[in-house]
Each structure stands twice: as C-alpha cells, then as structure tokens.
Design a protein around this ligand. Sequence first.
Ligand SMILES: [Ca+2]
Ligand SMILES: [Ca+2]
Length: 128
Amino acid sequence: MTTVNGARISGTSSSIPPVVGGTTDIRIIVLMPTSSFVGQTFPVGSRPQSVAVADLNADGAPDIVTANYFSHDVSVLLGNGNGAFHDQQRFAVGSRPFSVAVADLNADGALDIVTADLSDDVSVLLQQ
Ligand SMILES: [Ca+2]
Ligand SMILES: [Ca+2]
C-alpha cells in the first residue's frame, strides 16, 4: 500500500510497489478567462496512452491518472486545485496498458483505477 497525500492506493492480487522515475511528460492546458491557453508539463511514465481525471483523494481538487504503455504502469498526479499537480506516483499494472478509467469498483466510496492492457487483461488498483 502506498500513501499519496492522504490517498492510500494498493493493488488487488499482489503487492504493487510504486515505480521510480519517468521518461515522458503530459501537458496540462488551463482555459483562462481570455479564452487563451497556458500549458504546463508534468513527467509521467513512458508513452502515456490514455488519461483520466477524477478526484482520487476526495479533497475537492481534480487529479490525473495516465496509462503508461512502455513502462507498464499508471501515473497518479494529485492536484492542488489551481491547475498545478504534485509529482507523480507510479503503480505497476499489466503489460502495456493503453486505456485507463476511474470508478468506485468495490463500492467503498473511494475511487479505484482500472486499465486495459495489451496482454489481454485488465488491471484493477483498489484504493484503500
Ligand atoms: Ca484530489
Ligand atoms: Ca473503491
């Protein structure tokens, strides 16, 4: 189990340690009142293929999850509510995840993460 700013996230069937390091970035674009965009880049795992936005730690600020195809993990970036995000935490999933979704899969009130993997399976990360 790993704790990220109060959000505790763990795997379902085996220990899923966070992976250290990142090789690819995602770009956050915030719509400003002038209808222009300001971009900011945050590192995530290798070759992110899919992104989901949800309030994973229930603090009222949207958070980001990416499915990282070549690093076989997901990156979780907790938001601070003003468009900035904390450094990623990475959690291993199946081989070559290409899609990610967030939902409360076990009806405990905490959002969980699911990925579709190229290895013909899905990975489920239950938040505890
Ligand atoms: Ca949040
Ligand atoms: Ca849940």
